[in-house]
Design a protein around this ligand. Structure first.
Ligand code: BG6
Length: 500
């Protein structure tokens, strides 16, 4: 049972997609696992008209469809839903905040306890600063111990806007009250990077440029922009995925060992990585970054429209739906080790994969024929949807000759722990309720990440692409992405295809 204080969670944007698909299913699972405080109220706020009963059944449908424990609805929904409520309020109007203050006062009176109040902003990015100002003006976040404000990405549109937003927020709230979500950090397998690296004596001594040749991070999706064309037009793959999720994974792979699991200790170590990433000069961007946009075609047997034909997308849009880059972390540990990253929509496979490619072992002692199949060691951390860690090493094939073959040693999450791991939003919401910001982005981290992609963004915005659309759905992106890594004598790695 959680030791968390009585809590009120306001979800601003309570009728939206994220609330129905992710937030309520996550809170429902936390409830089943007894992670919600005994006194807990979850109040959706939006402009839409909803009777509370209709709102609850809308959320129930979401849980039935998206929760990892759909069967629990029968047993637990009625009890859980007693904590749910809805208020139709215009979040740009001052009087709405008066209503919220009055509601908090009434709940305080009923519980006879001071609640922690969480304001979860699941709203359009342009509304976030407006709401933050109104919360502050209404003195709803006065107590930094008892009030928290959660921001969904995107956090800013570029370095300048993120810095301005941080400055605005820092005038009104303490940094420890601000929770900037990057949902990748809540994923079990992402968190496990720290365990793998720092809870084992085996990996850390070889986790450096002496033994590692290069690192790859792939975050590929098969889906298109799925009706989010107008959002995506202001974003693109570099902003949507690299600035946050991909760079956060890179930080976890590259950071120095923390001396504790204190929130600021971990975040400081990650910040060091972002600060150490080489910032490309304008003239270097072309050699180190590749962009792409999908044409129309087929993915997994389904016909998809070209990006430029999507609703809300300009017919001559230059927005990237694919981005790949080579980064260097300029410190002692990672001197000259390339980090290749790529992400995109409508690609061949849904996979988030981190590959640590080790340097080759010397082969001179082995007969020539054995050296034919010589392969370097490789550690693959499969983050999603497959969740496993596989280490490739050389083995002798049975027989009279010294014949070698690369084989995989695999740790599979599902066989070890079953397939019911908590969703990222469960972990993150639980942390907000408990007041643990370790897995959330601090202001300086967000800005440092924008600084990394800033030169690429600038070059891409001033030099329109000449070849868009330049990849077909179902492929691995534009050919230039293959060339980016092939220039260094490498190739992108995918998970081995399992025999059915
Ligand atoms: C979001 C992006 O942050 O992450 C989406 O805005 C993307 O465009 C999504 O589809 C991918 O998340 P996941 O967990 O499905 O890999």
């Amino acid at each position: 049972m959680t030791k968390a204080q009585p809590t009120i969670i306001y979800i601003f944007g309570g009728s939206g997609d994220l609330t129905q698909r992710k937030l309520i299913p996550a809170l429902f699972n936390l409830y089943i696992d007894s992670y919600l405080p005994k006194h807990c109220k979850i109040i959706g706020i939006a402009r839409n008209e909803f009777a509370t009963t209709a709102y609850k059944s809308h959320l129930k449908k979401g849980v039935q469809k998206f929760s990892r424990r759909k069967e629990a609805v029968k047993e637990s929904w009625a009890r859980f839903s007693k904590q749910l409520d809805y208020a139709q309020l215009d979040l740009t109007a001052d009087k709405s905040y008066k209503a919220i203050a009055a509601q908090i006062a009434a709940i305080r009176k009923e519980w006879e306890e001071e609640p922690t109040v969480i304001f979860y902003l699941s709203v359009a990015p342009q509304l976030a600063p407006i709401i933050a100002k109104k919360l502050s003006a209404a003195k709803l976040c006065e107590d930094p111990q008892r009030s928290r404000i959660v921001f969904e990405k995107p956090f800013g549109h570029d370095l300048e806007s993120a810095t301005t937003l941080n400055k605005t927020l820092c005038k009104m709230f303490k940094e420890e009250q601000i929770y900037r979500i990057d949902h990748y950090l809540g994923k079990e397998t992402v968190q496990n990077i720290l365990a793998l690296r720092f809870a084992n004596a085996l990996f850390e001594p070889i986790w450096n440029s002496h033994y590692i040749d290069h690192i790859q991070i792939t975050a590929a999706e098969t889906v298109s922009v799925e009706g989010r064309g107008s959002y995506y037009e202001g974003s693109g793959a570099l902003r949507d995925m690299v600035q946050n999720h991909v760079l956060q994974m890179l930080c976890l792979v590259a950071m120095e060992a923390p001396i504790s699991f204190d929130a600021d200790e971990i975040r400081n170590k990650k910040l060091d990585v972002l600060n150490a990433i080489r910032k490309w000069r304008t003239e270097d961007v072309h050699h180190n970054a590749v962009r792409g946009q999908y044409s129309k075609g087929w993915v997994e047997g389904t016909e998809v429209k070209g990006y430029r034909e999507e609703t809300g997308v300009a017919p001559d849009s230059d927005v990237d739906t694919f981005a790949a880059a080579r980064f260097y972390v300029d410190n002692w540990r990672w001197k000259d080790v390339p980090f290749y990253v790529r992400t995109g929509k409508c690609l061949n496979e849904k996979t988030t994969l981190i590959t640590i490619q080790f340097k080759p072992a010397p082969d001179f002692a082995f007969p020539e024929e054995a050296a034919h199949s010589w392969r370097s060691n490789r550690l693959m951390l499969s983050i999603a949807p497959k969740m496993d860690i596989r280490l490739r090493f050389q083995a002798k094939q049975p027989g009279p000759h010294m014949s070698l073959q690369p084989v995989d040693m695999v740790f599979n999450y599902y066989s070890a722990y079953g397939d019911n791991e908590p969703e990222a939003y469960e972990t993150l919401l639980e942390d907000v309720i408990e007041g643990n910001p370790t897995l959330f982005m601090r202001a300086d981290q967000v800005e440092a990440a924008w600084r990394v992609i800033k030169p690429i963004m600038e070059v891409w915005s001033t030099k329109p692409p000449v070849d868009f659309p330049n990849y077909t759905p179902g492929s691995w992106g534009p050919e230039d992405a293959e060339a980016l890594i092939a220039k260094d004598g490498h190739h992108w790695v995918a998970l081995p295809v399992e025999e059915s």
